[in-house]
Structures are given as C-alpha cells and as structure tokens.
Ligand binder design. Sequence first.
Ligand SMILES: Nc1ncnc2c1ncn2[C@@H]1O[C@H](COP(=O)(O)OP(=O)(O)O)[C@@H](O)[C@H]1O
Ligand SMILES: [Mg+2]
Length: 266
Amino acid sequence: MLEIQHVSLTFGQGTINEKQALKNVSFTLKDGDFVTVIGSNGSGKSTLLNSISGVYEMDCGRIFLDDVDISFWPEYKRSRFVGRVFQDPLLGTAYAMTIEENLAMALMKGQQHGLQPGISSKESAYLKEQLSRLDLGLEDRMKDKVGLLSGGQRQALTLLMATLVMPKVLLLDEHTAALDPASARKVMELTREIVGKNQLTTLMVTHNMQQALSYGNRTIMMNEGGIILDLEGEERQNMTVEGLVELFNQKNQGEKLENDRMLLQL
Ligand SMILES: Nc1ncnc2c1ncn2[C@@H]1O[C@H](COP(=O)(O)OP(=O)(O)O)[C@@H](O)[C@H]1O
Ligand SMILES: [Mg+2]
C-alpha cells in the first residue's frame, strides 16, 4: 500500500523561477490498484512520480510504503521497491552494455552486495527465459548491446527490468509516448500483461484519455499541482472521454479550454 500524505514540492524556492509543482497532494493506493494519471502539461504528474521515487526532496508531507515512512529515504534505497519506466527510451537502460548485462543489473537490484563480475550460466538461462516472455525475439540477442535496439524494444526491456525483481509499486511516466504506434501498442500490451499477472500496484501517466479509462481500475486527474478528480468503480466504468474532458473543463471554469483540449489529445 502506498500512502501519499499532504505532499508539497516547490522548485527554485526563493528565486524568480519559483514554482510550486505539487500542492498538498494526498491519496492512497491499495495493493493491486492500477491507477492512470492524466492532466495537462506542467500539472505535476512527473513531479508526483519523481517524489515517490525520491528524485526530489519534498517541502513537506509524508510517503508511506506498506506503512514504512520512506519520506527521507534516498532514491537508490527506494529503487529496490519502486520500479520505473520513463518516457525517454534512452533513460531506462545502459546503451553500452549488453541486453544480458542490463538484465543482470536489474536482477542484482534485489541483493545487498554491489556488482558481481560475470553472470552464471544459471542466471543467464533464467534471464533468457524472462526475455522470451516479451515475445520480441530478444532472447536470441542476449550479447547484443542495448544501443542497437529500437525505442520500442528498449522500453519493453526497461519494463521487464523494472519488474524482474517485483517492486512494491510500479511508476510509468508516459512510457509509450515517444514510440511509433505499433511499438506503443506492443509495450502497452506487455504493461497490461505484466501488471495484471503480478497484481502490481501501478501509477501510469498517460496523455491518452482513452487509455486512461481502458487501463487499470482508477483514474486520477491533476491540474496545477493538485488532484482535481479521482474516479473509480461504477462512475469510472460509465465515463467516456468526452465526459472526462467535460469534467476537466468544469473544474477549470473553461479557462484553458482550447489549450487543454489539445494537450489532452481529444
Ligand atoms: N527539475 C525542475 N526544475 C524546475 N522546475 C521544474 C522541474 N521539473 C518540473 N518543473 C516544473 O514543475 C511543474 C510540473 O512539472 P511536471 O511534473 O514535469 O509536469 P507534467 O509531468 O504534468 O507535465 C512545471 O511547471 C515544470 O516546469
Ligand atoms: Mg511529465
């Protein structure tokens, strides 16, 4: 269970560029919740995910993971429990290392000691088997450098790496936005499969309203650093993309209608 309590976060405090990116955000994810997150550009979605993974220090507030207060844990310590896939396919993997080495690193995340020289044949066989689950033929390219892979292949690999040692929470930040449509579909399929099979507690930011409603069991809408809508159950089941846009505009008194219509990709 992930509990976010009254989290605020300001960039450039005391400078001319001061920006409060999160304003008193609170919500709780139950185990197995798959929550989609939508909102216009700059509404604080990435900052929310980054504050959960410990990239930025919060002004105030608390974050609990399974009742443990991780608010002051450094990023590396949280990474054992928080899996992440970013928008940029270049960020999740090490391009100069082989597929196998990348996977081995992800596997070692769960262990106490640091990098071990070499990968045992048993480990190698296990990693190959895991890789074959992606159904991309990468299991025959274990010794290839990751830099040779396409964006879609890299994102699929990053997703596998993020879940090779099961995290307590998986954070996906527009992880298919930079991919061509076919690769995006494939990575979304894998996402549904991996999250579903493992009942992973997941937060997925998406620009696609249809995706926001068709994936997961709950949808959060952010605006100007706060959560302005939290939909689940029947209300969500009956929601349409048009209805979502309507709600968004209501909450914003129609101020940024055209702009936000575009940004929300209707
Ligand atoms: N590292 C940073 N330094 C300064 N300002 C930032 C930084 N990251 C984000 N911001 C600002 O915080 C606000 C929220 O950004 P972000 O969380 O990236 O929005 P979203 O992901 O919803 O598009 C924006 O105004 C953005 O410009
Ligand atoms: Mg973002």
